[in-house]
Design a protein around this ligand. Structure first.
Ligand code: HEC
Ligand code: HEC
Length: 474
């Protein structure tokens, strides 16, 4: 919070100083870009960089049906409650802790932060943030993926005591060598997955699967507050401007509205809002029911085997916990940019534009109305259009997700991405964590981004470093 008021002060000073600079010497960069998440950007660049609340959270936050503490709590207190909900492990039913029980029977992890460590990026292994979505060809009643008959929509590699896990995945990488135009060589690792130790019958011979790593979770309230019309402005599904880049909106089932809505979250924009994303995580990743998903996550013969196990209540996760977490996820502040006045970073940004990276990683967006004033009407720099793009066969999972084809992925926001290294102590990128650094992430771009990748291959070593320094300044 103190950091944020300093941020505000800095913004004021900047605005004042800018007035004094002569009009005919335009700055080679725009100071406002530092404020990636608008006025409530955080400037902590340490290990807790992803764990700050947006500013302007002073005062009383009134909560309806909020029984456990009192009728009213401050914003700051509420944020803290959500913070602890995100981190506290859940336990199986029948335990002494009745407030946080009901875990499983099948699960991938016992808490949210297992896959979003320090609100940041998971690692590409099944213990630290990678999960596998499953389906078979066809669609469910709402146009979404059709669950695999024996294992449902997601592989659970853990279960509660006494219940065998669904199975596991062996992950192997094949190194693929390549060369930049200047002769420098590189190596990319292509993942190969094999389902092993499957305990509830054979996987369908037609199974489709999608490996996905838990992404960073800051700035999501801002992304949720971008008006739909702003996002749709960038769609160009049939590439009418002939720049090879299209951009397609996903429309996904909205459980609360009981209709299809614009998808914004997840690697394929497969969730329409944060509440549904969170309830989906409780059920799919932790085996916990909510009022949005009241039925346990059991498929095939699991229903007869475990349908009568004790539960942690109906639902297992109270509406107050969902509301706390929703508020927490909405209010995590975005880290600001560093080094934006450095010559290499300025050059790197120019390359980012000339390579057409910004056609998908759209620099600037505006938020609209929000019940949380710090999120309303903000100019933000998320570097995403939140739309789907065909990224080529190499990145494809071949598993459709509502309107997203097997080749399509949502442009991930790049804000704060340079700090994953500090917060999460690794630099694995892309939906399945196959890229080991920024360079490899770019080199995997294909499909609509093939021309951008090809231009990257032709850059000089100095230029490549500049582009990477720009990404590191995010
Ligand atoms: C087993 C690992 C795992 C656990 C546990 C987990 N998540 Fe996630 N989370 C993911 C993955 C993977 C995605 C991307 C999902 C997709 O593409 O469909 C994701 C996506 C999200 C997103 C959307 C982010 C974005 O930028 O689109 C939010 C919000 C989120 N998770 C919150 C939570 C919360 C809250 C919890 C706890 C209730 C939780 N997650 C538990 C792995 C996990
Ligand atoms: C056609 C749209 C498009 C263009 C053009 C494009 N990207 Fe991407 N970018 C994406 C999508 C979609 C992904 C996610 C792909 C995946 O995870 O499989 C992505 C992923 C990334 C990532 C990894 C992000 C993460 O969270 O893991 C980086 C870094 C990145 N792009 C940088 C660039 C740069 C630099 C350029 C220009 C050389 C560029 N992109 C051009 C759409 C695009």
């Amino acid at each position: 919070m103190i950091k944020n008021s300093i941020g505000w002060l800095a913004l004021l000073v900047l605005v004042c100083c800018k007035h004094n600079s002569p009009k005919d010497t335009p700055l080679p960069y725009n100071e406002a870009e530092k404020y990636s998440g608008g006025t409530s950007t955080t400037f902590d660049i340490g290990e807790q960089a992803f764990n700050h609340a947006v500013g302007g959270l002073g005062g009383i936050y009134k909560i309806k049906n909020y029984g456990s503490v009192s009728d009213t709590v401050t914003f700051a207190e509420y944020f803290k409650l959500g913070n602890s909900d995100f981190r506290m492990p859940w336990v199986s039913a029948g335990n002494t802790t009745t407030a946080r029980d009901g875990l499983g029977p099948f699960l991938n992890a016992t808490n949210c932060s297992a896959c979003h460590s320090d609100d940041g990026r998971g690692k590409p292994d099944l213990q630290n943030g990678l999960l596998f979505r499953l389906s078979i060809p066809g669609t469910d009643a709402h146009g979404g993926p059709k669950p695999e008959p024996n294992y449902g929509g997601q592989l659970s590699n853990f279960a509660v005591f006494g219940v065998p896990a669904e199975g596991d995945v062996s992950i192997l990488y094949e190194e693929i060598k390549g060369m930049f135009a200047d002769g420098e060589t590189y190596s990319l690792r292509k993942p190969k997955y094999e389902f092993v130790g499957m305990n509830y019958g054979a996987l369908s011979s037609e199974v489709l699967f999608s490996p996905r790593v838990g992404p960073q979770v800051y700035g999501l309230g801002l992304l949720e507050a971008i008006p739909e019309s702003e996002i749709l402005k960038y769609t160009d599904e049939f590439d009418t401007d002939k720049d090879s880049i299209s951009g397609k909106a996903n429309y996904v089932w909205d459980q609360a509205k009981q209709t299809n809505s614009l998808g914004r979250f997840g690697w394929k924009a497969n969730q329409p809002n944060l509440k549904q994303q969170i309830a989906g995580a409780f059920l799919g990743d932790m085996g916990l029911t909510t009022s949005l998903n009241p039925e346990e996550n059991l498929s095939g013969n699991q229903v007869s085997l475990y349908g009568n196990l004790p539960t942690g209540g109906k639902p297992e996760v109270s509406d107050s916990i969902i509301e706390e977490l929703l508020f927490y996820q909405r209010c995590l502040a975005v880290p600001g940019r560093r080094n934006i006045d450095k010559a290499e970073v300025i050059q790197g940004k120019q390359l980012f534009i000339s390579l057409n990276c910004n056609k998908c990683h759209v620099e600037k967006q505006m938020t609209g109305a929000s019940t949380i004033s710090a999120l309303a009407n903000q100019t933000i720099y998320p570097y995403t259009d939140l739309l789907l793009h065909d990224m080529g066969n190499e990145l494809a999972d071949q598993r459709p997700d509502f309107l997203a084809t097997g080749n399509e992925w949502r442009t991930p926001p790049l804000w704060g991405i340079g700090l994953i290294k500090t917060v999460n102590k690794h630099t694995f990128l892309l939906h399945d964590g196959r890229a080991r650094d920024f360079k490899e992430a770019i080199l995997w771009h294909g499909g609509e981004a093939e021309p951008s990748k090809n231009k990257f291959l032709k850059l000089s070593k100095t230029e490549r470093d500049q582009l990477i320094q720009f990404l590191e300044s995010m």
